[in-house]
Design a protein around this ligand. Structure first.
Ligand code: SF4
Ligand code: SF4
Length: 217
């Protein structure tokens, strides 16, 4: 193994302490260069549409209750088994929800629960600041999940017309969407707007959108 020794300094370099001068010069240079870090939390990062943040249960504007119909699809598809739902049958055969909770500390933020929900009842908001020292505070029950939705609308200014990109995955034919997902979308909700995770929301070049899909988006 070759051992790399530090180059010897001559007398002049020792007297002038050139390494210190080099360090100061670097500091001075960086003082006037563009910062690559952000002064968080004073300076917040921009949020991308479809960011997989804090879970919320969407409130039905007609009933003011959760839109959830207790179909269990989200709990079934969840790879972490962290969605806990208990229901009982109602008078007309519908499922009434006794418990809906998400153990977020076990969640891997895959978004499957949002994608599979037939009525758009569960979403992952673009809120990422909800760290806590208390484990219980990260176990979201139905009330907390509804409150998360209210707070998300309040913080962002969205209203009931909010559409999460996971509810209408890019390129999915409208005929393939559940009836509740075939909803009017905002005028700026384009094919590009449906692409999750990039600021400009360009569809990947490797998967072009067909004219038929574009017509249905
Ligand atoms: S995001 Fe994925 S892991 Fe988290 S609750 Fe939903 S399905 Fe489960
Ligand atoms: S998939 Fe949607 S409607 Fe079904 S239980 Fe989950 S949140 Fe409720």
């Amino acid at each position: 193994m070759k051992v790399q020794y530090k180059a010897k300094r001559n007398l002049l370099q020792t007297i002038l302490q050139v390494e210190i001068l080099q360090g100061l010069a670097l500091t001075l240079r960086k003082l006037f260069s563009r910062p690559i870090t952000r002064q968080y939390p004073d300076e917040k990062p921009p949020m991308y549409a479809g960011f997989r943040g804090q879970h919320a249960l969407v409130r039905d504007p007609l009933t003011n209750a959760s839109k959830c119909i207790g179909c269990m699809r989200c709990a079934t598809v969840c790879p972490s088994r962290c969605i806990h739902i208990k229901t009982h049958p109602g008078d007309s055969g519908q499922r009434l929800i006794d418990q809906y909770a998400i153990d977020v500390l076990r969640c891997v933020f895959c978004g499957y629960c949002v994608e599979v929900c037939p009525v758009g009842a569960i979403t992952m908001t673009e809120v990422f600041e909800y760290a806590s020292y208390d484990r219980e505070a990260i176990y979201f029950d139905q009330e907390i999940l509804l409150a998360n939705w209210d707070r998300f609308l309040e913080q962002t200014g969205y209203d009931d017309t909010y559409v999460n990109p996971f509810w209408r995955p890019r390129g999915t034919l409208e005929s393939r969407l559940a009836a509740a997902m075939r909803r009017d979308v905002p005028a700026d909700w384009t094919i590009e707007g449906q692409f999750v995770g990039t600021k400009v929301r360009q569809p990947p070049a490797s998967k072009p959108i067909t004219d038929t899909e574009a017509a249905h988006a």
